[in-house]
Design a protein around this ligand. Structure first.
Ligand SMILES: Cc1cc2nc3c(=O)[nH]c(=O)nc-3n(C[C@H](O)[C@H](O)[C@H](O)COP(=O)(O)O)c2cc1C
Ligand code: SF4
Length: 489
């Protein structure tokens, strides 16, 4: 097994920004780095067209490829589901993982049997951590029920949302847990082949994951006839090549297939026709990370934590403007204010002007809304979303028009171009805010055109990149009208 750099050429490599790998002298252009630089992009200094969005070092922003920085890891839930083994640092090797009870989730799952594994997930209330919050058990059931001799399990380790370094830490600090979870998935849905898709911006995750695969194979915990059983499962590691949209599941699968990774229309859903046209189970890293614990401890114990329809625990990551940036495991229902003030310790400088949850392509949470609980539905009702769980705070030094230009540029750079509202709309919004920031005067038709662009992004985009840009633009205009009023008269 090698960290495969997909064969790309011509029209395909033009899609990606990091085909030649991560430049050692590169700077991050992501939103947290933009904010940490007081609303400027150091990424502009990168050579050629090699934009780097994002390195997952949001705790040490503004970040570059070489320097690492430090962050806290803390548990603030009645029980830790995913990070108990890494609170003190990375799991050293497979031996250490096994000594701490690793791989017992898989053994418990095999004892439960295929049907009960999925029952457990359904009863636990676990929802996908990749953004949409789709019920995990329902997805596994759907793949399990497909009548096909060939199925795939895919781990989505693309984590493109600036602000989130949750999946990066899990892949880097405890890849064994994720491999174990993928094997549980393979066993449950009847698949012998897994793919782990990890972004090129995370070289340590790729390296650690590749090493863990080899260690587990050598110990007969992965590969042919796992622990002398009839179950065989292999994992191929695929490296992303620098494209945010490849985190979207249909684009990701096209990327693995070596095709130009544009988003595909659904249905058919991956559960029915996914990778190479076969039923495919695709889950986010943190979703997988929760599975072994549920197998061992039972669904009720998991479901006893949480709030309303969001059960269990969630990892959140805080950016560098907080006093104590870090990765924290909290129970759903924890008030956002508690996270900001008690875990993050407030901001290093000044007070919170806004919070971006769920990456840049989601609504901004204004300070008067900090008392809402962290859960999928409450955040939705307040015009934002949980996304991966990265929380980017910004203070008064960041201007809304500058932030909007940055986010629209990000969306425009990363748009796959498949649908017109996003392909053209993201560019229009970028230019609109560029004009605003460079002292141009608004044209009489500008406000109306802006509103129509945002509406078509929201109503007619094919995926969350376009709709997320609309959500962000809407919330920024509504939340901070005084900063843009001149352009909307
Ligand atoms: C533009 C876009 C980018 C996405 N990026 C990611 C990503 O980096 N990681 C991820 O797990 N899901 C990402 N998703 C969501 C995936 O499409 C998919 O829903 C998810 O991997 C399913 O796993 P889950 O059910 O465990 O959440 C993205 C979606 C969109 C629209
Ligand atoms: S919304 Fe943007 S990224 Fe998504 S399919 Fe349309 S063009 Fe591609």
């Amino acid at each position: 097994m090698t960290a495969n750099s997909s064969l790309v050429s011509g029209e395909i490599d033009s899609f990606y920004s990091l085909v030649q790998g991560l430049p050692e002298d590169g700077f991050c252009s992501g939103t947290t780095c933009f904010i940490a630089s007081g609303g400027q992009s150091r990424g502009a200094a990168n050579r050629g067209s090699r934009k780097i969005y994002c390195l997952g070092k949001c705790y040490a922003a503004p970040a570059d490829v070489i320097h690492e920085g430090e962050f806290r890891i803390g548990i603030h839930a009645s029980e830790s589901v995913v990070i108990s083994k890494i609170q003190g640092g990375p799991v050293k090797n497979l031996e250490a993982y096994l000594e701490s009870g690793g791989f017992n989730g898989f053994r418990s799952a095999v004892k439960l049997g295929r049907k009960k594994i999925v029952d457990y997930l359904e009863e636990s209330g676990l929802r996908g951590r990749g953004g949409a919050g789709f019920p995990t058990g329902r997805k596994w059931r759907s793949v399990q029920q497909q009548n096909s001799s060939e199925k795939y399990v895919v781990m989505n380790g693309d984590e493109g949302d600036p602000g989130s370094y949750i999946d990066r830490v899990l892949m880097e600090y405890n890849p064994y847990l994720l491999i174990e979870a993928m094997e549980i998935a393979g066993y449950a849905v009847g698949s012998g082949a897994g793919f782990a898709y990890i972004r090129t911006e995370y070289p340590h995750s790729i390296e650690r994951f590749a090493r863990a695969i080899e260690e587990m194979k050598a110990a007969n915990l992965l590969g042919e006839n796992v622990e002398e059983s009839k179950f065989s499962f292999n994992i191929t590691l695929k490296r992303g090549l620098g494209s945010y949209v490849c985190g979207e599941e249909t684009a990701l699968m096209r990327s693995i297939e070596g095709k130009r990774p544009e988003v595909s229309v659904r249905p058919p859903y991956p559960t029915e026709r996914g990778l190479f046209g076969k039923p495919t189970l695709i889950n986010n890293v943190e979703t997988f990370a929760s599975v072994p614990w549920i197998m061992q401890n039972g669904p009720q114990r998991y479901a006893s934590m949480g709030y309303a329809k969001s059960r269990g625990t969630k990892l959140i990551s805080l950016n560098s403007v907080f006093r104590t940036p870090g990765l924290y495991e909290v129970e759903f229902g924890t008030p956002i204010r508690y996270i900001v003030e008690n875990l993050g310790g407030g901001l290093k400088k000044g007070s919170v002007k806004g919070l971006m949850l769920g990456g840049p392509l989601s609504g901004i949470l204004t300070p008067e809304k900090l008392d809402i609980p962290l859960d999928y539905e409450s955040l939705r009702q307040n015009g934002t979303s949980l996304g991966h769980g990265g929380i980017i705070a910004f203070g008064d030094d960041v201007g809304i028009p500058e932030l909007m230009e940055h986010v629209a540029s990000f969306a425009s750079d990363e748009s796959c171009g498949k649908c017109t509202p996003c392909r053209s709309g993201s560019r229009y919004l970028r230019n609109f805010f560029h004009d605003m920031n460079t002292g141009q005067s608004p044209k009489p038709e500008s406000p109306d055109f802006f509103r129509r662009t945002v509406k078509s992004l929201r109503d007619a985009s094919l995926c969350g990149l376009g709709t997320g840009l609309a959500e962000f633009a809407d919330s920024a205009i509504k939340g901070y009208p005084e900063e843009v009023v001149k352009w909307f008269r």
